[in-house]
Design a protein around this ligand. Structure first.
Ligand code: NOJ
Length: 564
């Protein structure tokens, strides 16, 4: 793809807002739209182009808004449609765009479609087929053995009809039946409703799960098993997305990103094909599995640099010229990146900046998750009662019911991986509750808010925040950051992740030390020390590398610009 064909979303930086935890304007302990509006200037100073807003629709909040009961209404705890319109205007007035979350693999069980659907199994119930209902196998055995993402069976029994319905997430999140053309029409109409209001794009929740394999086969013979092969990247998913593209997307100038757990680069190339027939990009998960063992996300495994280089480079090189990457190291479902891949103690600031450099210099559209720009860290609460997320609470309950359970090991997994790590409220200043609320926050604020907060960061030129501002600014100045071709360098180095980006005669050399010790390296072939211009580095001008040193300090990151 050459620069002439460049799309606005390729040169953009996205900032994700998890509204519940961003800013509370009315003291009820829950973030809201007025709270977001009060922080638009902060986002403008940071320099981001697009806001991805996690769901603000009406919802019983079984999964914090990812269980929607009215796609066209705003949850009163977040405000009103008029507030939302003010938010959109406030963003547009400042030259920023708004990407809404589109959650259409499932609805809430309190959505009117499901309320109608569960009323009766009679053929004249025109809503029955909006969802996936099946007969059980008798004696309380579910229609198949799939487990849900949130522990337990993926089926819920309904005594009124003696049928089960499928829910890949919680039992309050029944899966929509995309085989039904009426369902698809409803979704497209709803998308048009928001587009007519002026939204600039959609982040599509688990969009690669919408097509299930015909017959819904069991996964092997175990009583319960992971059935991903039968619903991830299913048989009709591309057909459905192409239809959505024809019916909706292609009529607007949008940004679309599809969340796609389990997608391979080959699949991503179909979802995000440069021909524009489906989406602009996907969120892939392979790099997020780096520290998970065969037992899944709670089965902790140490980070391996060689594996990290392999996975990151695979996505960079395999999509080159064919599809566009999204770049992220954390979001509302993942632990904080500085705690996971850096050092959230002594080198918190350095490692947060190193990881930011690493990510923002790659090819693709970078996503910043709220608080990442402050170097916010994982929270470690005393016990499970301090946590709120349905996923971790279900996992804890399930594990604790096993015999010979080691609670310390379970809590270690909670501390390392649970989603509430990322969902603790934004730390705005050093006043009570980090300035997030004057009430009682729905989830406790991380106790480190007196040191880590936006007020402090704005005042300190050396903060993580100002470093992000600079990184974002560089993207606007140097086309090689957006369009350069990626190449991995020093593949065997155990601590240094080195890569280059090349666009015509312009080259970037990116060197990142992933360790808390000095790391010696050999300058990669073709990059003379002293010849490149240091465009950014987390030790500032003090980097000795510009003078030809070959030692990176703890968590040091540098970017040199070469022109030949
Ligand atoms: C992915 C979302 O990011 C996550 O927060 C949610 O729980 C599931 N999809 C279900 O909607």
């Amino acid at each position: 793809m050459n620069q002439q064909e460049s799309k606005w979303w390729q040169g953009s930086v996205v900032y994700q807002i998890y509204p519940r935890s961003f800013m509370d304007s009315n003291g009820d302990g829950i973030g809201d739209l007025r709270g977001i509006i009060s922080k638009l200037d902060y986002l403008k100073i940071l320099g981001v182009d697009v806001i991805w807003l996690s769901p603000v629709y009406e919802s019983p909040n079984d999964d914090n808004g990812y269980d929607i009961s009215n796609y066209r209404g705003i949850h009163p705890e977040f405000g009103t449609l008029a507030d939302w319109e003010d938010l959109l205007k406030g963003l547009h007035d400042r030259g920023m765009k708004l990407m809404m979350d589109l959650v259409v693999n499932h609805t809430s069980d309190e959505h009117p479609w499901f309320i109608e659907s569960r009323k009766s199994a009679d053929p004249d119930n025109s809503y029955r087929d909006y969802y996936i209902w099946r007969k059980g196998k008798g004696d309380g055995v579910e229609p198949n053995n799939w487990t849900s993402f949130f522990s337990g069976s993926a089926w819920q029994y309904d005594s009124a009809s003696d049928d089960y319905y499928l829910h890949l997430f919680s039992r309050k999140q029944p899966d929509l039946n995309w085989e039904n053309p009426r369902v698809r029409r409803e979704v497209y109409d709803m998308m048009n409703f928001w587009l007519e209001k002026g939204v600039d794009g959609f982040r599509m929740d688990v969009i690669n799960l919408i097509s299930k394999t015909e017959g819904l086969p069991s996964a092997g013979t175990d009583r319960y098993a992971w059935g991903g092969d039968y619903f991830m990247n299913g048989p009709r998913v591309h057909e459905f997305l192409q239809e959505m593209n024809r019916e909706v997307l292609r009529h607007y100038d949008l940004m679309t990103v599809g969340e796609a757990p389990g997608a391979t680069p080959e699949e991503a190339i179909q979802y995000a094909n440069a021909d524009g027939s489906e989406l602009n990009m996907v969120f892939q998960f392979e790099h997020m599995d780096i520290d998970s063992g065969p037992g899944g996300k709670w089965d902790l495994r140490p980070f391996q640099m060689t594996e990290w280089k392999r996975v990151i480079s695979k996505w960079q090189t395999e999509l080159e010229g064919k599809a566009w990457n999204s770049l992220y190291l954390n979001n509302h479902d993942q632990p904080r990146m500085v705690s996971r891949f850096g050092d959230d103690g002594k080198y918190r600031v350095e490692s947060a900046k190193m990881l930011a450099t690493f990510l923002h210099m790659m090819k693709g559209t970078p996503y910043i998750y709220q608080g990442e720009e402050l170097g916010m860290t994982n929270a470690k609460f005393a016990c499970i009662d301090d946590y709120r997320d349905i996923e971790v609470l279900n996992m804890y309950k399930e594990k604790m019911a096993e015999s010979d359970v080691d609670e310390t090991a379970v809590m270690d997994a909670v501390y390392a991986k649970c989603r509430d790590n990322a969902r603790t409220p934004m730390q705005w200043d050093d006043s009570a509750n980090g300035g997030f609320t004057t009430g009682t926050p729905w989830l406790a604020v991380n106790p480190n808010y007196p040191e880590i907060n936006a007020g402090q960061a704005l005042d300190d030129e050396g903060s993580v925040f100002h470093y992000y501002r600079k990184l974002i600014g560089l993207r606007k100045e140097l086309p090689v950051i957006v369009h350069g071709v990626y190449e991995l360098l020093l593949p065997e180095h155990p601590a240094v992740f080195a890569y280059s980006r090349t666009l015509g005669r312009e080259r970037l050399l990116v060197l990142c030390n992933y360790s808390g010790s000095d790391a010696e390296f050999s300058w990669p072939e073709g990059f003379q020390p002293g010849e490149g211009l240091l465009v950014i580095g987390n030790y500032g001008e003090a980097s000795a590398l510009g003078n030809g040193s070959s030692v990176l300090r703890p968590y040091e990151a540098v970017v040199f610009h070469y022109q030949s």
